[in-house]
Design a protein around this ligand. Sequence first.
Ligand SMILES: C[S@@+](CC[C@H](N)C(=O)[O-])C[C@H]1O[C@@H](n2cnc3c(N)ncnc32)[C@H](O)[C@@H]1O
Length: 268
Amino acid sequence: MSGSPTITRPRPVGIPTRGTTNANRLRRADRWLVHSPRVLAALASAADPLVVDLGYGRLPVTTLELAARLRVVRPDITVVGLEIDPQRIVPDVDGVQFRVGGFELAGLRPMLVRAFNVLRQYPVESVAEAWAVMQDRLAPGGLIVDGTCDELGRRACWVLLDRDGPVSLTLACDPRHIDRPSDLAERLPKVLIHHNVPGQPIHSLLSAADRAWAASAGQSVFGPRHRWRAMLAELRAAGIPLATTRRNERDAILTVPWAAVAPDATPG
Ligand SMILES: C[S@@+](CC[C@H](N)C(=O)[O-])C[C@H]1O[C@@H](n2cnc3c(N)ncnc32)[C@H](O)[C@@H]1O
């Protein structure tokens, strides 16, 4: 008598870490995703619009929020939440699935991977390999968002990657809750945080943003979002290659191509 067929699943790659999460704390990244021309084009072109939320934490709340926001731009999207900690797997809800998985993405081939507040808990030496494992699993044209934010999602930073490497860095905040743009340095993705020292491009960018923020202080009378936009105009005038996205009035966003912040490997 033959037994039931054996299903071989890839062994989850990674280590369980703290499961801290919070309702709505990834809203700025989600809103950016649905305004980013590159992400929108990838989702629109996907024959099978599969999205993975990697490392959703002790509650699946931000995965459900991601699904709701992405369904506005692509209603037939499939969202799968993956967690390396099997105890955090919950039953499927509203068509959103939850499975055990790590950087190997449980063998899925997604068009978009969001990994927020996951790699930040790993040693910096692990980042390149984790990225490579995920990049290798992407559907053609697929993208990864590797980001970090604070408990309430007022300060967030993320890297967008495609199969070939990092594409851009985005800084996002509620400008009512910062003294200066470099306050976001504490939330830089792992790959950049140790490079925020004089002489490195990320340090130069944050310093230029602080100067432009100070120069735009007069605009505060119109509100902090107005001041942020004035800061962006100053930075553009200074030659910083800021990306333009479709209008997103709510968030203070600054996106630059990765080349503008890629760590300089030349010893000082
Ligand atoms: C701090 S929580 C982040 C939760 C949610 N993404 C957020 O930002 O609110 C990190 C979660 O990632 C999980 N994790 C760590 N490494 C992982 C990996 N390689 N693959 C999948 N999940 C992972 C941990 O078990 C933990 O539950």
